[in-house]
Ligand binder design. Structure first.
Ligand code: PLP
Length: 398
């Protein structure tokens, strides 16, 4: 008799639609097995190396026996201080207390997931703008909560009005998640919009989460992203998630931090003490260097993405699209041609004909359907090669 376990996982986990990136992995593996030379613009996984001083700091810190022990749950004082100093330098958010208003994270995804657990209940609702980065909704769905999607699209200029959310939903809402600059649509939010969101969440006693993973990837000073904590009154209701992954090409390090309201931070801390042991000490030391010397690293990283963005958008527009240059993030968001049934079919066709990997918008929830996202995570020459292959395969926007 086989002893292999057949017990299914929790019904909440079974109910989740398959993670589209997992499906993409399978398709990519099949294409590689057939000898395809993939140009992978699927995941937002930066291809450039981490700046050398940060790598060096990690290597030096790995030799320090203090870092061989469990880290503290909240994070090293030096790292939390670096996070607060960065918030002051970059966003003019002054006087954050590193002990109570900052939390080290094993990447911001971890923090968002754990905060969702802190507030999930059978009768509670989380509001997410949609399309969205999957964890904004899925962590809550796994943790027993319920999601209310609010559509962001061209019609509302990607800035939905919270006052349109049904009152019955608002009454049950614990968390509302926004993220500008936005993955996948690349939308940015003006300060006035953030003011509106803070006022709404204060009025209804809702925890406002700002995911600022792309806060440092922007192309013009006029579009410089704003921190939610810059908004007067935000500190009463808000927490903001920051990531080193895109800002410093550190996705593999898994380093981020949260800053904001001390009560909300304490709930996040509480979940983390029960679920993990905190961010590795040597990674914190490296991330401290990244934050303290951010101005040395960020301009080159943004310049690289700007050049790639220009090449990609020019090429794609030659194929019949009419895409404006994105103002922030490392993505380009485009509608699929009309003759395709859906975004997944379009991506499968492009992959089969050209070896170029794109992400179907449906990876970001049902409201991303009909669109496709390009991540600018390959050198200009490879992007051009991808464009040439698409043109040769007669992939056109119609
Ligand atoms: C909007 C958004 N938030 C958070 C993350 C996760 O970042 P981290 O690597 O810090 O976990 C990503 C990663 O792509 C993202 O797109």
């Amino acid at each position: 008799m086989s002893a292999t376990i057949t017990l299914p996982p929790a019904s909440r986990l079974q109910a989740l639609p398959k993670y589209v990136f997992a499906r993409l992995e399978e398709l990519k593996a099949q294409a590689v097995a057939k000898g395809a030379d993939l140009i992978d613009l699927g995941m937002g996984n930066p291809d450039q190396p981490t700046p050398q001083p940060i790598v060096q700091a990690a290597m030096d810190a790995a030799g320090n026996p203090e870092n061989h022990r469990y880290p503290t749950f909240g994070g090293k004082k030096a790292y939390r201080q670096a996070a607060c100093d960065w918030m002051a330098r970059r966003y003019n958010v002054l006087g954050l207390d590193p002990d109570t208003q900052a939390q080290a994270l094993i990447g911001s995804k971890e923090g968002i997931a754990h905060l969702s657990m802190a507030f999930a209940d059978e009768d509670a609702v989380n509001i997410v703008w949609s399309p969205h980065y999957p964890v904004h909704a899925r962590a809550n769905l796994i943790a027993a909560g319920h999601i209310h999607n609010v559509v962001m699209n061209e019609a509302n200029n990607y800035l939905p009005d919270p006052e349109t959310i049904p009152k019955a939903v608002v009454a049950k809402t614990r968390l509302l998640i926004i993220s500008y600059p936005h993955n996948p649509t690349t939308a940015i939010a003006p300060r006035a919009y953030l003011e509106k969101m803070v006022a709404f969440c204060r009025k209804h006693q809702i925890v406002l989460i700002s995911d600022l993973a792309y806060g440092e990837i922007y192309y013009d000073d006029a579009d410089k992203p704003v921190s939610i904590l810059e908004i007067p009154g935000a500190m009463d209701v808000a927490i903001e998630f920051h990531s080193c992954s895109k800002s410093f090409n550190m996705a593999g390090f898994r380093a981020g931090f949260a800053v904001g309201n001390p009560e909300i931070i304490s709930h996040l801390y509480n979940v983390k003490t029960n679920c993990d042991y905190g961010l590795a000490g040597f990674i914190q030391d490296a991330a401290t260097v990244a934050l303290n010397r951010a101005e040395d690293f960020l301009p080159d990283i943004c310049t690289t993405y700007r050049e790639r963005r220009d090449v990609w958008v020019a090429g794609i527009n030659k194929m019949g699209w009419n895409i404006e240059l994105p103002k922030a993030t490392l993505y380009v968001w485009m509608p699929i041609p009309q003759d395709y049934e859906n975004a997944t079919v379009f991506c499968e066709d492009v992959l089969a004909k050209t070896g170029v990997v794109l992400t179907p918008g449906s990876a970001f929830g049902q409201h991303g359907e009909g669109y496709v996202r390009t991540a600018l995570v390959a050198p200009k020459e490879r992007l051009q090669e991808g464009l040439d292959r698409m043109a040769a395969a007669n992939i056109r926007f119609s």
